[in-house]
Design a binder for this molecule. Structure first.
Ligand code: GLN
Length: 494
């Protein structure tokens, strides 16, 4: 049963061939057996999960199933990234700063998924404050990739990705500021979607870079992501950047993808800049053959240009640290966060609390961000980066006047070895080459598995125009109906 995807699990719950309690116990058992090696979880909520499962079982019995009442997530065990506030449960954001923080309220995403009937198994490991591409920046230790424990699962939602890939749960939540859903999805052989900025509420999601942060689902298939997204998305008056626009019936729309020639007439653009220096040839080959598959389904492929693509990484690594330096100023040991022992005065309290509470990468970003925002440098760095950001957005709009979807690799390489980039932040940042632009422009983007290279998953990334999540999910679903990359399981976790 652990190898079933979310839709299949939901069907079993609906037909009552398994109860939510049995399922929950099974996943808890798997976490217990395997997670010592992977370290994907920061907190496991065994007792409350079983209670929630019992409540779900009762509701299922009363309703006579889950699907007849259109509650496909009723009784489904999931994991939340530890960036989402969870009432009564530690919410650490991967940091010592919040190691003692038990949230008094639930994030909107958590609340919505609980209302949909999910069971929360626990909180997933992550890079500290979501800063990272390898999950090696967590105060709670690095996470292993289920495909090869000596390799990273990607970051910052690496715990969520490892947990889904290791079959500890059929789906998990993640957040994506510069690729943190798509890159770990690519490294772990999963499907993950970052929706349009504003599609999902950020309320109760600990802020990293507020103009880029967006939550999304990570699961094994596009169909599973569609089911999750439907429950996660929607307007929230508690988030001023949340968009007041009805949520589509993402799953229902996938039915079209099941027709032969499902992608008839879909215009796919391949940016020439993506297939340049830095891309592993094995990934280029995998992406090219995935695109051929889409063509066979009726899509028309053409070359497009994103001329400012080379500026994505530099622009992001000014904007994101600038926003993080501002957001993280609240963790001062007085209002929020870890407080040092016996401070001699206020300055000592600030210095030592922040010095002890934050890890190296977070400190590096706060320093870069503070510098970029300081008087005299603001115009040269921050303002300049914002202008570049506009150019990057304009490039996409130009491309979307010719095509419906932009395809390319999600990452320049497959999962790399642990400790291979920790001393070289720039080489770490370059991992985000293909994912960052969607965040800078606020566009929806999905990564789905399209090959194995030397036994490691490769991600195909598809990006669409604003609020066109449905098209991404449909395209990915059509591909997954023809291929079986998304069903591959890491050999040690079968
Ligand atoms: N890897 C990027 C960074 O370190 C993106 C992180 C994210 O999306 N949260 O900032």
């Amino acid at each position: 049963m652990h190898d079933k995807n979310l839709r299949e699990v939901a069907e079993h719950l609906d037909s009552r061939s398994i109860s939510s309690e049995e399922l929950t116990r099974l996943f808890l058992q798997r976490i217990d057996t395997h997670d010592a090696a992977l370290n994907s979880m920061i907190t496991v909520c065994a007792e409350s999960a079983i209670q929630q499962a019992q409540v779900a079982d009762k509701a299922i019995a009363e309703a006579g199933g889950t699907l007849s009442v259109n509650k496909p997530l009723l009784g489904v065990p999931i994991v939340h990234k530890d960036i989402f506030c969870t009432k009564g449960v530690k919410t650490s954001c991967g940091s010592r700063m919040l190691d003692n923080f038990v949230s008094p309220y639930d994030a909107t995403v958590v609340e919505k998924l609980a209302d949909a009937g999910t069971v929360m198994l626990g909180k997933a490991n992550m890079d500290e404050f979501a800063m990272g591409s390898s999950n090696e920046n967590s105060y709670f230790g690095a996470v292993g990739n289920p495909w090869d424990q000596n390799r990273v699962p990607g970051g910052s939602s690496g715990g969520s990705a490892a947990a889904v890939a290791a079959r500890f749960c059929p789906a998990a939540t993640g957040t994506d500021t510069g690729g943190s859903i798509r890159q770990p999805a690519a490294f772990c052989g999963l499907t993950g979607i970052k929706p349009t900025y504003g599609r999902i509420s950020r309320y109760g999601m600990i802020a990293f870079a507020s103009s880029l942060d967006q939550a999304g689902p990570m699961a094994r298939s596009a169909e599973d992501c569609a089911i999750m997204l439907e429950s996660m998305a929607g307007f929230d008056p508690r988030d001023s950047t949340s968009v007041d626009r009805p949520v589509e019936n993402y799953r229902q729309q996938l039915v079209d993808a099941e027709q032969p020639n499902a992608l008839q007439g879909l215009r796919i653009g391949l940016p020439e800049e993506y297939f340049a220096e830095g891309l592993d040839p094995a990934i280029a080959t995998a992406v090219e053959s995935a695109v051929k598959e889409l063509e066979a389904l009726g899509a028309v492929v053409k070359s497009v240009s994103l001329p400012n693509q080379h500026l994505c990484v530099p622009a992001y690594y000014v904007v994101a640290p600038a926003e993080c330096s501002s957001n993280l100023s609240r963790f001062d040991g007085v209002r929020f966060g870890h407080r040092c022992e016996s401070p001699v005065d206020l300055e000592d309290l600030y210095k030592r609390s922040r010095g002890e509470g934050f890890g190296r990468e977070v400190k590096r970003r706060i320093l870069i961000g503070t510098y970029a925002l300081s008087a005299g440098y603001y115009d040269a760095y921050y303002l300049k980066a914002q202008k570049v950001r506009q150019l990057i957005s304009d490039d996409f709009q130009q491309a979307f006047s010719e095509v419906d979807v932009i395809a390319g690799p999600a990452t320049p390489t497959t999962a790399f070895e642990k400790n291979s980039k920790t001393d070289d932040p720039v080489s770490m940042y370059l991992n985000d080459l293909y994912t960052i632009s969607a965040n800078l422009a606020g566009l929806p983007s999905i990564s789905l598995p399209c090959a194995l290279a030397d036994g490691l998953p490769v991600g195909l990334q598809l990006t669409a125009n604003y609020f066109d999540e449905s098209r991404l999910l449909k395209t990915a679903h059509s591909f997954q109906l023809q291929t079986d990359w998304h069903t591959q399981c890491p050999p040690d976790y079968v």
